[in-house]
Design a protein around this ligand. Structure first.
Ligand code: SAM
Length: 211
């Protein structure tokens, strides 16, 4: 089985099993959210999102896959709920933002999330650098359903809208096809900010709910 281990070997000896385990192990072993959440990528994402929140008078934001808190430290949102599948990541955010009463964090697992009473309903739902890490089809379908079901007015996805398997933990999804099929009341919204996009950065996709 040596060949299999070397095939599946990830950094720090973290072997890929499934999406949830991969991320929990990654954070528990001292890893972070990735290069997309630091440096110029993080600045770019924050400028785009903070401007959108201000220009569209967004009061509440929910994020599916909130990460280690670094990207979030640049955010200027009136109210924020962060959900993540990693216990370690949620604990890191709870600690980092312990004095910040505008931010709440919850452990999320798509198989144990039922939102009937609109407790989590927010003006804007975010998915930033997460969709292409959802390797399992069922997990992806549930994640997308929860993302759109909790959004009152807008959804912003930061990812690549193509179908392509890149590695054991990166699988791009043509999520616009999922939205066409399962979230028909949502339409793409064209909106831009005059900022330079870092080379290789993913794309922002904004969706607005038709009333
Ligand atoms: C690349 S990080 C991005 C973190 C943050 N959104 C950012 O932009 O900095 C991906 C995050 O998604 C989380 N994640 C993975 N699968 C998830 C799922 N099915 N639901 C929610 N979060 C998930 C991981 O634990 C990780 O924190």
């Amino acid at each position: 089985m040596k060949w299999l281990k070397s095939l599946l070997k990830k950094r720090g000896g973290n072997y890929y099993t499934n999406t949830v385990t991969y991320w929990e192990k990654r954070y528990a072993n001292g890893g972070h959210s990735g290069s997309g959440s630091y440096g110029e990528n993080a600045e770019y994402k924050a400028t785009f999102l903070n401007t959108f929140v201000q220009d569209f008078n967004i009061d509440s934001v929910i994020e599916f896959g909130s990460g280690d808190g670094h990207q979030l430290s640049l955010a200027r949102y009136p109210q924020y709920i962060g959900l993540d599948v990693s216990v370690t990541a949620i604990k890191m955010c709870m600690q980092q933002f312990s004095e910040d009463n505008t931010k709440s964090f919850f452990l999320y697992h798509p198989a144990t999330f039922k939102e009937s009473s609109h407790l989590f309903k927010s003006d804007l739902a975010l998915s930033l650098d997460v969709i292409y890490h959802l390797m399992e089809d069922e997990l992806y379908h549930q994640y997308m359903s929860d993302l759109f079901n909790t959004a009152r007015q807008y959804v912003i996805i930061y990812a690549y809208d193509v179908d392509e398997v890149k590695s054991s933990h990166v699988r791009h999804r043509k999520f616009s096809s999922w939205i066409d099929q399962f979230a028909k009341e949502w339409q793409p919204l064209e909106w831009k900010v005059a900022i330079k996009k870092p080379s290789g950065a993913a794309n922002f996709y904004i969706y607005i709910k038709l009333s």
